[in-house]
Write a protein that binds this ligand. Structure first.
Ligand code: SF4
Ligand code: SF4
Length: 432
């Protein structure tokens, strides 16, 4: 492709740089590095072609109250609010599986960075002050660190937990959230039925990367003499669905979480909070409210039927398809055939296995074309009986589970681990 750059592809258009802000020597030198100053797309996916709005596509009437992490279903599970069995199983949930335990160990190790966070440098570095240049710099850094998609939004205090799981009060006196999305390992998700033992492992593999990326960026910004703090796994200060929405990286979906037009919900997110003056991206509209209004695949394929088939309802000041999060969480925690669940995100037709940025090389932002790809995936999913062909032959992980302190191969249930064998795979049957 002509004029392709390391960050993205597209025509190079030099932008007029505001002269009055152009005083520092680094700024002078950087003018030759025009990726910071032109309109070239950053990142592999064509986010620059999405329609931008100044408010989200789901109605918000407010007020949106801050929430306490201890009151979330996982918080209650951990703290015993749902009884001893759920508390016990929640604590074992991922580490029952040797690969899950390895990933959690590494995540915990990354989190020890908290004990030695570098301070904000006393002197501010001689960097540009143009918010657009700084935003492009941080996004380019995010891609350099390995993010799949970056976005910037204003930090709303309603997206900040009041307290963390340990009961510590959370304060986040920051203006912006720089948001990182990392895609979960697509072949693994496709080969799983959506709730096997690899599913939480696939999330933690992504959380690890996000934690390293966001801690590195926050550390860097502090070295530049500006405040920054990372919000990532085991120390999320922020409610990520709202943060992802506000950064223009998706719309509210029937699953109750944020769906991205190119990744579906097959991603995890983390962010860096900062007061560096930045430019926000705006909300996006790719027609998901209508699409989810007509589609119910995720609701039909949810084992505990936690996803509504009905319309959006008002919850905490905004309209959403309200997930029965207790049912979802209980299924995650008590899942004896695997580890947590992501079945809805796997079967949603916006998750198109194998979809890559090169598939959008000729895309001009036409939503009809985007929706036709999703419709094709929808037809494939239905034709295959909601079983991805790779589920039959590409499960690379060992189905080990810990029982009474020993690793065993579970033999009593659903040996093939193909989703249609699961008894709840005939939803909305005679009894519904
Ligand atoms: S994660 Fe599983 S249990 Fe939860 S809503 Fe999705 S399909 Fe249902
Ligand atoms: S499966 Fe259908 S209804 Fe559910 S989130 Fe995806 S597109 Fe929306």
């Amino acid at each position: 492709m002509e004029n392709a750059s390391v960050f993205g592809a597209g025509p190079r258009r030099l932008r007029e740089v505001p002269r009055e802000k152009d005083h520092c020597p680094i700024m002078e030198r950087l003018k030759h590095h025009d990726i910071l100053y032109n309109d070239d797309p950053l990142g592999p996916w064509p986010t620059h072609l999405l329609k931008r709005l100044d408010k989200p596509t789901n109605k918000i009437v407010g007020p949106v109250e801050r929430r306490d992490e201890r009151e979330s279903p996982f918080g209650k599970s951990l703290l015993g609010g749902y009884g001893e069995e759920i508390q016990r199983e929640f604590i074992r949930m991922t580490v029952r599986y040797p690969l899950g335990a390895s990933l959690v160990d590494m995540q915990n190790h990354i989190n020890t960075i908290m004990r030695k966070l570098n301070p904000v440098a006393t002197e501010k570095a001689p960097i540009p002050e143009d918010a657009r240049v700084l935003s492009r710099h941080l996004k380019a850094l995010g891609y350099f660190l390995g993010a799949d998609m970056m976005g910037i939004g204003l930090l709303s205090q309603s997206a900040v937990y009041t307290h963390n799981m340990k009961g510590r009060e959370i304060e986040a006196p920051f203006k912006y959230a720089v948001v990182f999305l990392c895609r979960k390992h697509d072949p693994t998700i496709s080969a799983s039925n959506g709730w096997e033992e690899i599913v939480d492992g696939a999330s933690f593999q992504t959380y690890q990367r996000l934690a390293m990326q966001t801690e590195t960026m926050a550390n860097y910004i502090r070295r530049l003499g500006l405040e920054a703090q990372a919000s990532n796994m085991n120390r999320y200060m922020t409610i990520m669905p709202q943060i992802v929405l506000d950064a223009g990286l998706g719309e509210v979906s029937r699953m109750g979480i944020i769906l991205n037009p190119f990744l579906g919900c097959n991603f995890k997110a983390a962010c860096v909070l900062t007061n560096m003056e930045l430019e926000t991206d705006g909300y996006i509209d790719f027609g998901l409210q209508d699409y989810c209004g007509k589609c119910t695949i995720c609701a039909e394929q949810c084992p505990p039927r936690a996803i509504t088939r009905g319309p959006k309802t008002l919850y905490n000041g905004y309209y959403t398809w309200k997930l029965n999060s207790k049912s979802c969480s209980d299924f995650d925690v008590l899942n004896k055939e695997g580890c947590v669940c992501g079945r809805c995100t796997k079967v949603c037709p916006w998750h198109i296995p194998g979809q890559e940025p090169r598939d959008f090389a000729e895309w001009d932002g036409d939503l009809a074309w985007l929706h036709s790809r999703v419709d094709e995936q929808r037809q494939r999913v239905i034709a295959n009986g909601y079983v991805d062909p790779t589920e039959h032959a590409q499960k690379w992980w060992f189905p080990l589970d810990e029982v009474d302190g020993r690793l065993v191969v579970p033999t009593d249930k659903n040996r093939q681990k193909i989703c249609r064998d699961y008894p709840l795979q005939n939803p909305w049957g005679a009894n519904s």
